[in-house]
Design a protein. Structure first.
Length: 458
């Protein structure tokens, strides 16, 4: 990774400015060939992190290609930790690709996707979870997504994980010392103490695992499936929530055949709403395909909006629906509140095992505010917003679960007073999984820990 890479850092197309970024040991050499500052200062002599005005020159012709601003970030005080040059040119697709080509002609290599951030990780500017957060900041589509990504970028999750990691290392250090110096082997009492520590670490990890549902909703938004038998007003409700005539609505049951997905924002959270084909017995062949997709959408959703037509008594298709959503987190809606009520609300709630139902009208808009509020509350999951650390990625959840499995084995072995070697194997495995989130290598860390904690010369 000792070569120099370059890329256009701004989106392709026309805009106000385009930024060409160069990172690596040759960055200043390349820039000094292509850039003439107005005051005549050489690139290597420029004050770091200051903007300098000048011309970008094609060395083959000596002609200016563009008027640019140049910024020099001297290693290690740059995003990648290497020498970085940023050239801010006019925002044309042609001119920026021309500048990039000149940079490549001087020996830089085109950067791979994410390579600048990858270098930042390799050079220790960011850990792996922070590098992931960079992508999340860029992709954030709501305030909640942005604030949780930014917290992770700033190291909130890393700090938490590092503390747990260090606590585990401490235990491992003592086990390793006992292995190396058998005459100082751990007493059962000490093992019990370690077990207590391990269990409290396990509990801390559990909190993080539990935060995943929430974190995922922050990052990706709440996924909601609109389900009900045909004609209850699912598509009408989608349109009402979007305030747009998106889905086809007709008085004929079985109108929607395919799932249809749209996003709305409620306050600071994104909600993805999936309209589905109505569930019913004895559907035709095409409808059956649609119903398969409905089941899939239901399985994928964080929340089901279970819709009934309040102006009709319940029938066999409603009963089918009630069975389909039995194990799903749900919100019950009685639509068509503008018409006389014919449904037995209490009997319905009893069958669904729910306490409340919202009465709404997709056509008049009645009850929409209450519905949005309920959706928002469900997205927050009853948590006060903007506190404790959350995890937002499946990778992290999986690694934490694997850490826990290993820790459970450690605990067991400690309780059963098994040999230090055996316990160390599982503890190492726990550290590997936990450290994997941060992208750590841990052999060196472990040695440091052992030497720091014990007086080896004794
Ligand atoms: N009066 C009244 N009619 C409604 C309301 N919501 C929907 N409708 C009517 O009910 C009929 C069916 O609406 P859709 O939105 O197509 O129902 P759906 O659940 O999507 O039906 P399928 O796609 O067939 O499963 C249409 O004639 C709508 O105008 C409502 O709140 N009040
Ligand atoms: Mg429909």
């Amino acid at each position: 990774m000792n070569d120099t890479v370059a890329a256009i850092a701004t989106p392709v197309g026309e805009g106000g400015i385009n930024i060409i970024r160069i990172s690596g040991p040759d960055a200043t050499r390349i820039a000094s060939i292509l850039f003439q500052s107005q005051g005549g200062t050489q690139v290597a002599d420029l004050e770091p992190q200051r903007v300098t005005y000048g011309n970008l020159i094609d060395p083959a012709t000596g002609q200016a290609v563009d008027e640019v601003l140049l910024i020099y970030f001297r290693a290690p005080h740059s995003y990648t930790g290497e020498d970085v040059i940023e050239i801010h040119g006019h925002g044309g697709a042609y001119v920026s690709s021309k500048i990039l080509q000149l940079v490549l002609d001087q020996g830089a290599r085109p950067a791979e996707p994410g390579e600048f951030t990858r270098r930042a990780f390799t050079n220790g500017r960011l850990d792996l979870s922070q590098a992931e957060a960079v992508a999340d900041v860029i992709h954030a589509a709501s305030d909640k997504a942005l604030t949780s990504a930014l917290a992770q970028l700033k190291g909130q999750l890393s700090d938490k994980l590092n503390a747990l990691y260090d606590a585990l290392l401490q235990v491992l250090g003592q086990l390793e010392a006992a292995i190396d110096f058998p005459e100082e082997g751990l007493e059962f009492k000490q093992k019990q103490q370690h077990d207590k520590n391990i269990q409290s670490i396990h509990a801390e990890i559990q909190k993080l695992v539990d935060s995943y549902r929430q974190g995922k909703i922050y990052r990706e938004g709440l996924r909601v499936a609109l389900v009900g038998k045909p004609n209850v007003g699912k598509s009408s409700l989608l349109n009402a929530l979007l305030q747009e005539d998106r889905a086809i609505v007709t008085p004929h049951p079985g109108t929607t055949r395919d799932t249809l997905e749209e996003r709305v924002r409620i306050n600071d959270i994104h909600i993805t709403i999936v309209d589905t084909a109505g569930l019913r017995h004895e559907a035709g062949e095409i409808e059956e395909h649609g119903i398969e997709r409905t089941r899939h959408a239901l399985a994928q959703a964080d929340l089901a909006l279970v819709i009934f037509d309040g102006s009709h008594a319940l029938d066999a298709n409603d009963a089918l629906l009630i069975r389909e959503v039995a194990d799903k987190k749900k919100l019950v809606l009685l639509n068509k509140s503008d018409l006389p009520t014919m449904i037995d609300k209490n009997a319905l709630l009893k069958q669904l095992g729910q306490r409340t139902a919202l009465e709404i009208s997709a056509t008049t808009g009645d009850g929409m505010e209450a519905l949005k509020d309920a959706l928002y509350q469900s997205a927050l999951g009853g948590r006060p917003s903007g506190e404790a650390v959350v995890i937002t990625r499946e990778r992290h959840r999986q690694a934490l679960a694997q850490t826990q499995e290993a820790l459970t084995r450690v605990s067991q072995s400690l309780q059963e007073d098994r040999s230090e070697d055996l316990i160390a194997v599982d503890l190492n495995s726990a550290l590997e999984h936990l450290g994997g989130i941060l992208g750590k290598t841990f052999v060196d860390d472990l040695l440091d820990q052992i030497f720091n904690d014990f007086c080896i010369g004794k």
